[in-house]
Design a protein around this ligand. Structure first.
Ligand SMILES: [Fe+2]
Ligand SMILES: [Fe+2]
Length: 355
């Protein structure tokens, strides 16, 4: 037997890829991702129409909203109103970015119609609570819309899908925590007497939508994690590092609003790292932020012409089977829905393993 250097073998072993080399060509992966988005979009719209078809005027008893909320709650409503004012920009910019994709672009248009309801809902809340006059709100809306929201990641559909995962989860947390105050359950002294069933209803309706949005983008993000793990993990790391709420930089007095939601226990650094970042990472099979950063640092990647990893790819914190299971479940859910319609006979969808 030839003498060998044990440490050399160990060294080689330690560099064995934790993510195995992909099997599919780039074209095939793109086809699978695109087909999945189409199916997910179909499933989503059916669900949206059957279960979340609410109306921001008639599904909330606005006449009964409290008119004596404290300044902080009123400012929170006004801040939510402001963030949701940029719907036309959100839709325009994201649709332009993904216009080549049937599922993604059509989804964004329908998503936009749901976000427009959110803008109208907060508009009604500000009006009926009597905190601001109709004229004041009209002027404010004009002022807000004189600025335009632009993509935080120009020309980068993968980074944008990860951005929307974290952003939708963040808005959901904001609305859920306003709901806690509105139920009179806040632990913050100032909000203990702020119960308001009308606001409970409003925040429930809207948080339900944000959860559905989050789910759509999460499923999409997992497709990229499964078929393009290296690019997806890199995109996710960037998005976490530079994340900020949409339009925060163009809304006047945004810092005051951020301060209020923080002090009210609605949204601050703790909620952001625990309920948004960590919760999203859990759903994407990643142990924690540190593991993700370490994984990226330790990666030595040379993608071949098909975009597959051809070198060491060590992501110690990534649970790859978690992603694969989630992607398989998504295909199963789409197959079930499309089978009911009959798409399986004309354009069937089938999961293909990448590993
Ligand atoms: Fe929204
Ligand atoms: Fe949303």
């Amino acid at each position: 037997m030839l003498p060998y250097d044990k440490s050399l073998i160990q060294e080689i072993e330690s560099h064995r890829p934790r993510i195995p080399v992909g099997l599919l060509s780039r074209a095939e992966k793109d086809r699978l991702i695109e087909r999945s988005f189409l199916g997910l979009y179909r499933w989503y719209i059916n669900r949206s129409q059957s279960q979340r078809n609410w109306n921001p005027d008639t599904d909330v008893p606005w006449k009964d909203i409290r008119q004596d909320h404290n300044e902080e709650i009123n400012k929170v409503l006004e801040g939510f109103f402001a963030v949701e004012q940029y719907v036309p920009d959100y839709v325009e910019n994201i649709v332009n970015l993904v216009r080549g994709s049937h599922g993604r672009s059509h989804f964004q248009i329908r998503w936009g119609s749901e976000e427009a309801k959110h803008a109208d809902l907060w508009h009604n809340a500000c009006l009926f609570s009597r905190f601001r006059s109709p004229d004041w709100l009209r002027n404010y809306m004009g002022e807000l819309r004189s600025n335009q929201w632009t993509l935080p990641w120009e020309g980068d559909p993968i980074r944008m899908i990860f951005y929307t995962v974290f952003q939708e989860r963040a808005t959901q947390i904001n609305y859920l925590n306003l709901g806690v105050i509105a139920r009179g359950k806040s632990l913050v002294e100032k909000f203990k007497g702020s119960a308001d069933p009308v606001l409970v209803r409003a925040s429930q309706l809207i948080a339900m939508d944000e959860a559905a949005h989050y789910n759509f983008f999460l499923e999409g993000a997992r497709l990229f994690l499964y078929y393009y793990p290296a690019q997806a993990l890199e995109a996710m790391t960037d998005v976490i590092k530079y994340f900020s709420m949409p339009a925060g930089n163009i809304i006047p007095n945004y810092n005051e609003f951020a301060e209020i939601v923080h002090k009210a226990g609605i949204y601050g650094p703790r909620e952001h790292s625990r309920d948004v970042v960590q919760s999203c990472l859990d759903n994407m099979g990643i142990e924690n932020k540190r593991a993700l950063e370490r994984g990226i640092r330790e990666t030595r990647l040379v993608p071949d012409e098909d975009g597959n990893l051809r070198q060491t790819a060590i992501f110690p914190g990534l649970d790859f089977s978690h992603i694969e299971d989630a992607v398989k479940r998504l295909f199963g859910r789409i197959q079930k829905y499309e089978g009911e319609v009959g798409f399986d006979t004309v354009d069937p969808i089938e999961f293909k393993p990448n590993y």
